[in-house]
Design a protein around this ligand. Structure first.
Ligand code: NAP
Length: 289
């Protein structure tokens, strides 16, 4: 059998997430031993979308496992945007709450940016408040959206060189594409941001040392788009014939990429872990510890 030109590491995102969660649990245990209260995350769910309900269950369990408190606020889908904002404002005033997450998507007619802007920036663990987004742009300390933060931690743990590297990001959303591009740039990568109107997407990808695919287009990135030795981060999750698929055709990048994240147990577990990380960071900043 011909050896693969590049043995490809398939990242165990769950394993990495568990390692990071154990570190967070140890930090929280230390705070508790010192007589302090546990950090507390408030999750607001509007409506009864089953996928959202399952996501918040996962978040509650993740909090429990690291010794963090969490509270759920389930609101009826028919509630007005103003009523949801009122609930967020009550959580802002609650001294016992360190982080507030409003589960997306919100029901039709409710503006996610309005609701995000109502969250106290110091408790904005999703990093979507305009003040945190602005601080990220300015390179100032802030709460950073969880998925981009998880991606940077992953690249750091695997010691992927970023300084001077060409990073190509497919997608320019406020929650993934833009913040991950800014973080990569802060790490001294040269970043190309691509989107649905980019001409010659494949050629940009072929020049990427680090390729982040966050388009939500099933198997958009194939092996012949990948530079030998590149790190390929698959963020996309789409459902095709009842099956979840990523933006990267993983099989076809094997032996070409140096590292790839699988669409299952790849970036996903790190996203929740960064929610815990941000909640602990918000707690520390608020309590001065
Ligand atoms: P989004 O808001 O829909 O943004 C998608 C971006 O991809 C847009 O900027 C769009 O360009 C671009 N795009 C769409 N089709 C493209 C194509 N054919 N070629 C190049 N660019 C294209 O999505 P998002 O919220 O950023 O999420 C992206 C994906 O990641 C989704 O599948 C989502 O489910 C997944 N996701 C996963 C996690 C996780 O934890 N695993 C977390 C967040 C998101 P335009 O701006 O021109 O429209």
């Amino acid at each position: 059998m011909t050896p693969l030109p590049h043995p490809t590491i398939v990242v165990d995102g769950l394993g990495l997430a568990n390692e990071m969660r154990a570190e967070l649990a140890a930090e929280i245990a230390e705070l508790r031993t010192a007589g302090r209260r546990a950090p507390c995350l408030a999750v607001v769910l509007v409506g009864d979308d089953p996928a959202s309900a399952s996501y918040i269950k996962g978040k509650r369990r993740a909090c429990e496992r690291v010794g963090m408190d969490s509270v759920e606020h389930k609101l009826a889908a028919g509630l007005s945007e103003a009523a949801v904002i009122e609930r967020v404002e009550a959580l802002n005033r609650d001294e016992g709450i360190d982080g507030i997450l409003v589960q997306l998507p919100l029901p039709k007619g409710m503006r996610a940016n309005r609701v995000a802007a109502a969250i106290d920036p110091a408790k904005d663990v999703d990093g979507l408040h305009p003040l945190n987004a602005g601080r990220l742009l300015l390179g100032e300390p802030c709460l950073v959206p969880c998925t981009p933060l998880g991606i940077l931690k992953l690249l750091e743990r695997f010691e992927i060189p970023l300084a001077g590297a060409h990073a190509v990001v497919i997608g320019r959303s406020a929650i993934v594409g833009k913040p991950v591009s800014l973080l990569l740039q802060q790490a001294n990568a040269t970043v190309t941001m691509c989107h649905s109107r980019t001409r010659g997407l494949a050629d940009f990808c072929r020049d990427a040392d680090v390729l982040v695919a966050a388009a939500g287009v099933p198997r958009l990135v194939r092996g012949d788009w990948v530079k030998p030795g590149a790190a390929v981060i698959d963020v996309g999750v789409s459902e095709v014939d009842g099956e979840l698929v990523g933006d990267v055709d993983t099989e076809s990048v094997m032996g070409i990429a140096a590292l790839v994240t699988p669409h299952r147990r790849g970036v996903g577990p790190l996203t929740i872990t960064m929610l815990l990380f941000n909640t602990l960071a918000a707690y520390r900043a608020r309590c001065g510890v």
